[in-house]
Design a protein around this ligand. Structure first.
Ligand SMILES: CN(C)c1ccccc1CNc1ccc(C(N)=O)cn1
Length: 244
């Protein structure tokens, strides 16, 4: 997948492919990252990319002219959707990440200051996404989150083990607890089931823990995800133990 990012801080976004799983995916050619800096399109001597808001008010707004030129240059090489990272966007959840991973190309638009001229959104933005209900200094961190989450779903990014772990994790539930050596850590024991070697019982225990944790911490996720009969049995077992 080709990512084109429109940003005033390309060095910030670059770091998402400089290490780890996403860095490896870039080395393997599974993803590519091209950056377009609106400041390169500014023609005045001060290379201005922002200006005061019409109607008054604090802060500055990113000017539309440089942004539009950068987006259109990116579109020439990347026919993908233009995704604008903003607090006003659709929540970026695993479902949306999965949908975005099906695209071959994405153009990510990162705002700074108080945002961008609304007419850029009307003219060139296909989708607005938010990584959460909080205000950041720019859209770059959102772009990096999106690149990471989408890249993990692309074939070849995760090895077999890692992708199996990824699959077991989400599927709409919170993760089960994880343990590794030493068996006893600062007097804290290991749940005995995990040393039983009974893989069916271990899988059942893990699913029960995932269901129980989701029930305790994020009950709304359980509403969204219909439980199978066997999951319902497990959750009821957990609740009975939890409340006993
Ligand atoms: C400066 N602001 C507030 C702004 C306003 C409008 C657009 C972009 C920005 C850049 N900041 C962002 C971007 C995304 C998110 C998010 N939740 O995905 C949070 N903040």
């Amino acid at each position: 997948m080709r990512f084109d990012v429109i940003t005033l801080f390309p060095e910030l976004v670059e770091s998402v492919i400089s290490s780890g799983v996403t860095g490896r995916a870039a080395e393997r050619g599974i993803i590519s990252l091209t950056q377009w800096n609106p400041r390169d399109y500014a023609t005045d001597v001060h290379r201005t990319v922002d200006d005061r808001p019409y109607g008054g008010g604090p802060g500055m707004v990113m000017k539309g002219d440089c942004l539009l030129q950068a987006i259109r240059d990116a579109r020439r090489e990347n026919p993908g959707k233009v995704v604008y990272l903003s607090p006003q966007g659709a929540p970026l959840n695993q479902a949306l990440v999965t949908e975005l991973a099906a695209a071959q190309h994405l153009i990510l638009l990162c705002g700074r200051y108080e945002g961008i001229d609304e007419r850029v959104i009307a003219l060139e933005v296909d989708m607005e996404c938010s990584i959460g209900d909080y205000v950041l200094s720019g859209g770059e961190l959102g772009a990096m989150v999106l690149i990471d989450a989408v890249t993990r779903l692309l074939p070849g990014t995760l090895g077999h083990q890692e992708s199996a772990a990824q699959d077991s994790f989400f599927d709409g539930l919170l993760d089960c607890p994880h343990y590794t050596r030493p068996e006893e850590l600062e007097g804290m024991p290991l749940p005995a089931i995990l040393k039983s070697g009974n893989h069916a019982a271990i899988a059942r225990w893990r699913k029960k823990q995932a269901l129980g944790k989701t029930w305790r911490r994020r009950p709304e996720l359980l509403q969204a995800r219909q439980l199978t009969d066997s999951e319902r049995v497990l959750l009821n077992e957990y609740i009975n133990e939890f409340e006993s």
